[in-house]
Design a protein around this ligand. Structure first.
Ligand SMILES: [Zn+2]
Length: 331
């Protein structure tokens, strides 16, 4: 089995993956090991053919290690894919398609495509459960008010409008992971099922004074808040939302400095990417590359099915509390 700790630089990736056979064999090793599984029917009885592909003895389909992955039908050498994956894993703020274009020597169109495909891997998240002390907050991206988060409550509802801006909702466990997603609106009825999905009951939640959070108490959470409209940002040392606001700051800096602007359609992928970076900030580049490689070698539907934004729609939300209030949302 390949030892990913050897990949300490882009050069080491280029040197190791210097031909297609090595690239494909590594994908086979990481994806299946010695136990090849048919991606069409899930059976284990597969025969290797002379051309390197496999044939399923059960459903009779032919397939390869690329079937069902982000690499399927690619005309690009796998070495370039792995180079792009390494670059994306090793840069703290992410890389632009221009940089991928230069470093991997591909066209900008190809570079953009590579980035979008690779970025889709970040949507695959293991079950996240935030517990203990959890801060939550909303942020608005786009429009002239984009940078005015701090003052969002000062003039009535200004800054919370979703007409020109896209709302993003985030939750962070102090000292732990962040979960963030694009949301339709920031009404309690939209946010509370998300909280219930990701935050363990009994956790202590920290928010600002917005009334969308009033329901936290009756949904099984301890709830404390600071009154931002009264210019109160920290109370009793630990009552604040500085953690999640730190993540928003990081997110905005990356969006504006590396990518300059982001289309609404792809916003969730950028959020997933930055949340992933935040959650793995103590990892080395080779650890992130290994994790990304394992995600990429898997067969999965890389459309948005698995992204966090759709979890609430996909997973049936069990109404333990307040069933009347949430019935409409769940239906
Ligand atoms: Zn099969």
């Amino acid at each position: 089995m390949i030892d990913f700790t050897n990949f300490k630089s882009l050069t080491s990736v280029i040197k190791h993956f210097n031909n297609e056979d090595i690239c494909k064999q590594t994908l086979v090793d990481v994806r299946w090991g010695d136990d090849v599984v048919c991606p069409h029917c899930g059976q284990h009885h597969c025969t290797k053919r002379k051309d390197g592909r496999y044939r399923c003895n059960h459903c009779k389909h032919n397939f390869s290690c690329l079937t069902g992955t982000i690499f399927e039908n690619t005309k690009l050498p796998l070495q370039k894919w792995f180079m792009a994956m390494y670059l994306i894993s090793s840069h703290k703020k992410g890389v632009s398609s221009l940089q991928i274009m230069r470093d991997c020597e591909v066209t900008q169109k190809t570079s953009w495509f590579l980035l979008q495909k690779i970025r889709s891997l970040y949507g695959i998240t293991d079950d996240v459960a935030l517990d203990g002390e959890v801060e939550m907050d909303e942020m608005y991206l786009g429009g002239r008010e984009a940078n005015k988060h701090q003052d969002k409550h000062v003039e009535g509802t200004q800054g919370r409008s979703t007409k020109t801006k896209t709302p993003i909702f985030g939750m962070i466990e102090r000292g732990g992971k962040v979960v963030a997603m694009k949301v339709e609106d920031t009404k309690g009825a939209t946010l509370m099922p998300i909280v219930s999905q990701f935050v363990e009951e009994g956790a202590t939640t920290y928010t600002d004074e917005a009334n969308i959070y009033y329901k936290l108490d009756e949904n099984g959470y301890n709830h404390v808040f600071v009154n931002h409209s009264q210019r109160e940002y920290v109370r009793a040392n630990d009552i604040h939302t500085n953690g999640i606001e730190g993540f928003w700051g990081h997110f905005k800096r990356v969006i504006f400095s590396t990518y300059h602007s982001v289309s609404k359609d792809y916003l969730q992928r950028y959020i997933d990417e930055q949340a992933y970076r935040w959650n793995t900030r103590k990892w080395s580049a080779s650890e992130r590359f290994e994790d990304m490689f394992k995600k990429a070698a898997k067969s999965f539907e890389y459309t948005d099915v698995l992204s966090l934004s759709s979890v609430v729609d996909v997973v049936a939300w069990k109404t333990k509390h307040d069933s009347y209030y949430w019935a409409a949302k769940v239906a």
